[in-house]
Design a protein. Structure first.
Length: 182
């Protein structure tokens, strides 16, 4: 990965940790409030976290608005090619999947995957996890051959980039292969 991209990612993570109110409370017993500009990348991280909570509660329309806001902030403040934009696209893709909008979800997953590959390289774990999400989407679409192919690629990347293969990936790939055989 290019040094400039690494520095931007690190700086964004550090800023998010410094400015996220939840992080401040976790490290201190005082009631410190930090106000961020609404266009700050850390504000987008907070919006995205809240959207995830709303999605988990089944409040998909509310979650969608926050995911779209977060994505817009990341794309505007960090650039459309930044890994944060890829995360925003992935989040939105998973929401579209939950809404039953599978074709839209696929397009968003593919955009996110391309961003991860361009920013971090094709062997990065984020690419592997993005492929896992795409494989699960193909499974939901009934496209089991494609799901299996994508899952195998995810397995290869994660096997080569992580010290331990995530159990959920192995379980997902095994289930897809069993469905494929039937």
């Amino acid at each position: 990965m290019k040094r400039a991209v690494k520095r931007k990612i690190l700086a964004g993570c550090l800023l998010a940790a410094l400015f996220c109110p939840a992080a401040g409370r976790a490290n201190s017993s005082s009631d410190v409030t930090v106000t961020l500009p609404p266009t700050h990348p850390a504000a987008a991280a907070v919006l995205s976290e809240r959207a995830g909570q709303l999605k988990a509660q089944g409040r998909l329309d509310e979650a969608e608005k926050l995911y779209l806001q977060a994505l817009a902030i990341w794309e505007t403040s960090l650039g459309k090619e930044h890994p944060a934009a890829a995360k925003g696209l992935s989040n939105l893709a998973e929401l579209r999947k939950a809404q039953g909008r599978l074709d839209e979800a696929e397009a968003l997953h593919r955009r996110a995957l391309a961003l991860w590959e361009n920013a971090l390289g094709s062997g990065h774990p984020s690419v592997g996890f993005s492929l896992r999400s795409l494989a699960l989407l193909h499974e939901a679409q009934g496209r089991l051959d494609e799901a299996d192919t994508v899952c195998r690629r995810a397995e290869t990347i994660l096997k080569n980039s992580l010290p331990v293969m995530p159990d959920e990936l192995l379980t997902d790939c095994r289930r897809i292969r069993q469905r494929l055989v039937k």
